[in-house]
Structures are given as C-alpha cells and as structure tokens.
Design a protein around this ligand. Structure first.
Ligand code: NAP
Length: 246
C-alpha cells in the first residue's frame, strides 16, 4: 500500500498549543500541509496560521473556523479534532458541576461544534480525524466524566461515518493510551507531583507516536478509510492496568 502525498493540502488542528496537537501540526507542516492551529494559549502556537480558539465558546469557534478557512484559501482538506482534557482521578461522588461542564464541553460539544462548522468547507477527498482515547473504549476507576466523554466522541465518529457515507470525506478516530504530554498536569490541576506519578516506572508514548498514527490514517490511498486506531504503551494493557517497573 503506497502512502499518498499531503503536499499542498490544508488542515485545521484544534488544541495545537501543546502535546499531541502540537506534534501533529508539526508533522503535517513537514509533509507540506498548510496548517491553521487554534488554542486558548495562542502564544504557544507554532502553526503557519495561529488563531485564538476556545472550543467551549460557540462564538470563538465560529470566528476561528471562518478565519482559518479564509486564510487557508477557502477550503479545508484535513480537520484534526484534538482539543480535549480530563479533570481529576477521583470517584464520581466527588465530581462537580464545573468539571463536568468543562470535560463534556471540551471533548464532546466542542468537537461536535467544530465539526459542524468545518464540514461545509471540507473539500472532496477531505478527512476528519478525531482524537479519542482508550478511556472511550473501556472504563477505569476515577475517570467517569472523561470516560463518558470519550465514549461519546467514539459514538459521534461512528455516527458521522454513517452520515458521510457516499460523500468523499474519510473519518478516523485515534484512541490512545497514556501519552506523556501536559494532559496529566491539566488533569491534576497543576499538581506536578501527581502528574509525574502517572508515568512512574512506565515508558509512556510520546506525542510524536500519536502524530505518526494520524499521519498513517491520512496517507492511506483514497479507497482505504482507517476507521479506528487503538494504540497503547507496551506496558499498558487497558486504561486502568499498567505494568510499572519497581
Ligand atoms: P495537552 O498537552 O494538555 O494538550 C491539550 C490541548 O488541548 C492543548 O493544546 C489545549 O490548548 C487544548 N485545549 C484544551 N481545552 C481547550 C479549549 N477549551 N479550547 C481550545 N483548545 C483547548 O494534552 P494532550 O495529551 O496533547 O491531549 C490532546 C488530546 O489527546 C485530548 O483530546 C486528550 O483527551 C487526548 N488523549 C490524551 C492522552 C494522553 O495520555 N495524553 C491519551 C488519549 C487521548 P489551550 O490550553 O492552549 O487552549
């Protein structure tokens, strides 16, 4: 199977200021793709077109998509719906209204909204890649809202695959296990010690490993739709089962 070239294509990447989004935006640019990246921390964006974006805010999303599309020349080939986060690792009894709103609003409503706004601008031959998680495939303790949100992301991906059937747009979900990014720092609300402990005694994946997966899906020949990629650290069997070296 020969990889197709992405040279000259255009892409929108949400959450391009850190981790997986940043690494994927870089891989796309290296492949000759013009990338418009969005995030709240615009000062950290390294994309050719760098725009403010809060996926929780409908107006911010509308402005972001309109400006990104215009500056990319009027059409988009690739949408990487990556912006996301988890908050906390406590039992659900300790959940709060605020955390639930952020987790669902970012991973689910934000992703659905950006997809809706982008779809009219996605060119024939386009590709939507959604950033899922092993949390969206199997539950583990202390992650109820994030797990529910990533299950919803996967459900949306499957449903969109059905609705786009017959249109020349491909769709993929990349469901990753533990990746060493700022994800845990965000999850533990800035507690560096707790964030570091997540990766103790384990070799986690790095953001570039996930960028490789996204690039694999994007570069398959047109007749091949990679529906799902599930990828985990070798020492991680499932969301909650990790083999740690002493
Ligand atoms: P990260 O380093 O914390 O990056 C998260 C990105 O999402 C940042 O660029 C952040 O940008 C952006 N973001 C968060 N809230 C946003 C909002 N309201 N509006 C716009 N952008 C927002 O974490 P990461 O690991 O790369 O996470 C990327 C994706 O991978 C997420 O969907 C996550 O659920 C998924 N994932 C991560 C892992 C893992 O172990 N790391 C595993 C499976 C799946 P700003 O803060 O600048 O807005």
């Amino acid at each position: 199977m020969q990889a197709i070239s992405l040279e000259g294509k255009t892409a929108i990447v949400t959450g391009a200021s850190s981790g997986i989004g940043k690494a994927t935006a870089r891989a796309l640019a290296e492949a000759g793709v013009r990338v418009a990246g969005g995030a709240r921390r615009t000062e950290r964006l390294e994309t050719e077109i760098a725009l403010p974006l809060d996926v929780m805010d409908p107006e911010s999303c509308a402005r972001f998509v309109a400006e990104a599309v215009e500056r990319l020349g009027g059409a988009v080939d690739i949408l990487f719906n990556n912006a996301g986060l988890a908050l906390g690792r406590a039992p659900f009894t300790e959940s709060s209204e605020e955390d639930e709103a952020a987790v669902f609003g970012t991973n689910v409503t934000g992703l659905v909204r950006i997809t809706r706004l982008c779809l009219p601008h996605i060119r024939d031959g386009g590709h939507v890649v959604n950033m899922g998680s092993v949390a969206g495939r199997q539950a583990y303790e202390g992650g109820a809202t994030y797990i529910a949100a990533k299950f919803a992301e996967r459900g949306f991906t499957y449903a969109l695959r059905e609705d786009l059937l017959g249109r020349p747009i491909r769709i993929t979900t990349v469901d990753a296990g533990m990746v060493d990014t700022e994800f845990s720092l965000v999850r533990f609300k800035g507690d560096e010690e707790k964030a570091r402990a997540v990766y103790e005694g384990v070799q986690p994946m790095v953001a570039e490993d996930i960028a490789d997966c996204v690039m694999f899906a994007l570069t398959r020949p047109w007749h091949v739709n990679v529906d799902e990629i599930v990828v985990k650290a070798t020492q991680q069997a499932s969301g909650g089962r990790i083999h740690r070296e002493a």
